[in-house]
Design a protein around this ligand. Structure first.
Ligand code: NDP
Ligand code: 2IT
Length: 448
């Protein structure tokens, strides 16, 4: 970046921080995109004159509301919920709902902002949004989760629709929650529509949506490694998390002959020196998806549990952070690089801090950002929307083939905008490719 570009970036970020005080996660996500696109932006006067960067960083609207619900023992609880409808230049708002105590407006704004460019990269007609609540589903009964979801949808239904805004799952929101939300939407609106994705397959859900994010990450990783003359087979891979993205990422890695050496949750990490076996994967899937248990309960030969540890101290060639934002910091990045990591593939959204990004760049570690590598989930959500609109349901192979093609195309776009040549900057590549498409649509619409 030239000195002039750096100066413009600084001025822009100072204004953004002033307009959005205390929203540190949002600042971080915007800074990453703005740093990538600034040179292009400054060279294209018409975009600058139209204030595209200023406009794309301001959400179309944010809906904030209270969700009141009753516990099984009759106590009243109130949570805060949001829907950030960030930008619908490319299609109806689209993005997940997150239920986690750490949810704030800043977190949902960063996620909604990233979603704009991720959705743009998929090539499907989807705008960017995100929503959720500080409700903690852990330790709640099914009936409590149902009452919470019904109460949340009682407000949310006014703001969504198959051609307006189509939510889905994210942390803490899986098929159980999507089903309760969908049931309440139908009750209130008295009509069936594809207003949510990630639905059960018996009521309009797409094949492969459950697996899509994790599998998509591995498809992306495959292209990234091939392009740089590596291959997945035999690579030791450290994965964080043990939720939807982590589990299906691990499944596809095992299928492709990689060695999955870790999984984790918010309390600790499993170290599997010789690599996770298929039967062990199935046992862990049952523990997490079936009985909503903790990894500390899992016992098996060759598997050690390390309380309070994350996976980044383990020797590996590939690292796949699949838990949450800022879970991999500068120190973790240094440890990984010292241990010889080749590539980092983000399953989670913004899991690496700016210090970690800088270190990976410095050390020549390939780094696929979430908005490229985890786009498979929302891509199959987009395919679910198409199937619902056409009143058809494609089989697993059909959806998987389309997913593979989409991940290949995203990789291609990252290569084109990420410098070409023999070492691709995937962060710049994905930001520039995702941004340009949204920016040109916004320019075409005029001052709206
Ligand atoms: P899940 O709720 O299924 O799993 C989340 C996992 O991350 C759990 O293992 C959880 O551990 C761990 N985790 C969550 N918060 C923290 C934390 N603060 N510190 C440490 N560990 C934590 O969520 P998903 O797998 O769906 O989502 C994981 C990531 O992937 C998120 O960043 C999400 O935005 C992103 N993503 C998800 C997509 C999807 O289709 N589901 C699509 C694209 C991205 P514990 O159980 O102990 O809380
Ligand atoms: O972060 C994400 O891309 C998701 N949580 C999936 C969103 C979706 O609409 O499927």
């Amino acid at each position: 970046m030239t000195a002039a570009e750096r100066k413009e970036l600084k001025t822009f970020m100072t204004g953004l921080k002033k307009r959005n005080p205390y929203e540190t996660e949002f600042h971080q996500a915007v800074h990453e995109v703005a740093a990538s696109v600034m040179p292009w932006y400054l060279q294209n006067e018409e975009y600058r004159k139209a204030q595209i960067l200023e406009r794309v960083t301001e959400p179309d609207r944010i809906i904030t509301f209270r969700v009141t619900w009753e516990t099984d023992s009759g106590e009243i609880r109130a949570n805060r919920a949001f829907r950030v409808q960030f930008n619908h230049s490319l299609g109806p708002y689209k993005g997940g709902l997150r239920f986690h105590p750490s949810v704030t407006q800043s977190v949902l704004k960063f996620l909604g902002f990233e979603q704009i460019f991720k959705n743009s990269l998929t090539g499907l007609p989807m705008g960017g949004a995100k929503g959720g609540s500080n409700f903690n589903p852990k330790g709640k009964s099914d009936a409590e989760v149902m009452r919470f979801c019904q109460s949340m949808m009682t407000e949310l239904h006014r703001h969504i629709g198959e051609d307006i805004d189509v939510p889905a799952g994210d942390i803490g929101v899986g098929s159980r929650e999507v089903s309760y939300l969908f049931g309440q939407y139908m009750r209130l609106e008295n009509r069936w529509s594809g207003v949510l994705t990630g639905k059960g397959q018996s009521f309009g859900g797409s094949a492969v949506r459950t697996e899509a994010t994790g599998w998509g990450c591995v498809y992306f990783c495959d292209h990234m490694l091939h392009y740089h003359d590596y291959e997945i087979a035999g690579k030791r891979t450290a994965i964080s998390g043990s939720g939807n993205v982590a589990l299906y990422g691990a499944q596809k890695l095992i299928e492709k002959g990689a060695k999955v050496v870790t999984l984790s949750d918010s309390k600790g990490c499993l170290h599997i020196k010789d690599g996770l076996k298929e039967e062990q994967w199935e046992e862990i899937r049952e523990l997490k998806e079936g009985s909503r248990g903790r990894l500390s309960e899992y016992k098996s030969t060759g598997v050690e549990y390390h309380d309070g540890k994350n996976p980044w101290g383990v020797e590996c060639e590939l690292a796949m952070p699949c838990a949450t934002q800022n879970e991999l910091d500068g120190e973790d990045a240094k440890r990984l690089a010292d241990n010889g990591v080749i590539a980092v593939i983000e399953g989670a959204n913004m899991p690496t801090t700016q210090e970690a990004i800088d270190l990976f760049r410095e050390r020549g570690v390939l780094h696929a950002p979430g908005k490229a590598s985890n786009a498979g989930g929302v891509a199959v959500s987009g395919l679910e929307q198409s199937q619902n609109a056409m009143r058809v349901s494609w089989d697993r192979d059909e959806v998987d083939n389309r997913l593979q093609k989409i991940m290949q195309d995203i990789h291609k776009r990252c290569v084109e905008e990420g410098g070409g040549g023999d070492h691709i900057d995937y962060i710049d590549g994905s930001n520039i490719a995702g941004f340009k498409k949204v920016a040109s649509a916004m320019l075409a619409y005029g001052a709206v």
